[in-house]
Design a protein around this ligand. Sequence first.
Ligand code: FAD
Length: 418
Amino acid sequence: MSEHIIQTDICIVGAGPGGAATALQLARLGIHSLVVDKAVFPRDKICGDGLSGKVFTILNRIDPGIGERLRTFEGKSDSWGVTFVAPNRIGMDIPLKLDYERHMDAPVGFVSKRIDFDHFLVEELRRRPEIRLMEGVSIDEYERLPEGWRVKGKGGGVCIEAKLLIVANGAHSSFARNIAGLKMHPDHHCAGVRAYYRGVQGMHRHNFIELHFLKGVLPGYFWIFPLPNGEANVGLGMLSSAISKERKDLRAMLDRTIAEDPVMKERFKGAERIGGISGYGLPLGSERVRLYGHHYMLVGDAGHLIDPFTGEGIGNALYAGHYAAKHVAAALSKGGDPTDELAAYEADVYRVLGPELNISHKLQQMVRYPWLFNFLMRIGARNQELRELMTCMFNDVDLRHRFRDPRFYLRLLFGRGK
Ligand SMILES: Cc1cc2nc3c(=O)[nH]c(=O)nc-3n(C[C@H](O)[C@H](O)[C@H](O)COP(=O)(O)OP(=O)(O)OC[C@H]3O[C@@H](n4cnc5c(N)ncnc54)[C@H](O)[C@@H]3O)c2cc1C
């Protein structure tokens, strides 16, 4: 096959949330980019499909038009909160917003199958004349040039030369592993499996997503996320070090939980599974990594940015993409060696996401002590103030620090939630 060389300032590998956010923010700044994805959209991505408040916030910041189209997008269900269930089975409903029942026109969270949500993002890419999208091209060869990269599609045919490479090709990125040198550490990596079900009973009337910290799944959880049309994303994720130490089989655990757990077997009575059980990796942001190098930036899962407690990675990938674009713009306008701007990108990502990644890491470690979690839930079940505090914590990282302070628990014991 003859090789066609495409020259571009910016090549983005991966059109998932991280790559899409980078391209959309660049387009808003009037900067052209080439986005290459091995898939042809709509394509599936193994995920819990939960979209936190960050997703709307950042897409709306990139372009209020996208925010508005997301608000009315039919491929999602609105979600108003999270139900946490402790190992002792005590549950606590935490709304994402105080007083949400009086403001139900402005939901904070969503659940949307990734085949639909990522297609929504790709449609946004297609709207922008500044973005050229190439689908069905798997980038498998990377050659370092003095001032950029030459990348090639599998089997030849496509050859791209770019001054800046945005690597946003997800958790299994060969560039991140082999060129950027990011290794998979089992203590900072999770594995997850998910399946779609129809007809699960006992869902929350306002579509709260459910995280069940069942004994056999710690550190990790079993989830049920309500989708449109009476479907649900059901899955289970666990720290990779615990999986290998205890020789866990996540698919079998998911089946067993649904068939044998006393609560779940009732809720899944009559429910029907749609398709099989699929699994994928989650590189966690519990360890700071290098997000840049010679004329490249790592964005999203390729840069290990998933929240270690909640498993949320979509919002973080969007944030990273937004900042990557800002620093690409600055690098292009200055000209010359872009290293300072690439370093500033990494600093921005960790300035914004670092504090919550740190706290989530601590919370993930706390979950190793089921008694502490049980205690918190027992108190929270009868303490309105604590539930309200937890709601505020979704929006205020500083408040999450309280979970690490022993005085917080003492005050709870003596009946004061603040
Ligand atoms: C089981 C599970 C449950 C999860 N649940 C949630 C959840 O509920 N909420 C949440 O926020 N996050 C969740 N996550 C994390 C979330 O899925 C990721 O953080 C998110 O998809 C990261 O986006 P990204 O753009 O970095 O990568 P991806 O979404 O993986 O996108 C990468 C893109 O790169 C493309 N690509 C890959 N290789 C190449 C190549 N060689 N050449 C060209 N293109 C390539 C892929 O086709 C893909 O389109 C979950 C993850 C797992 C595994």
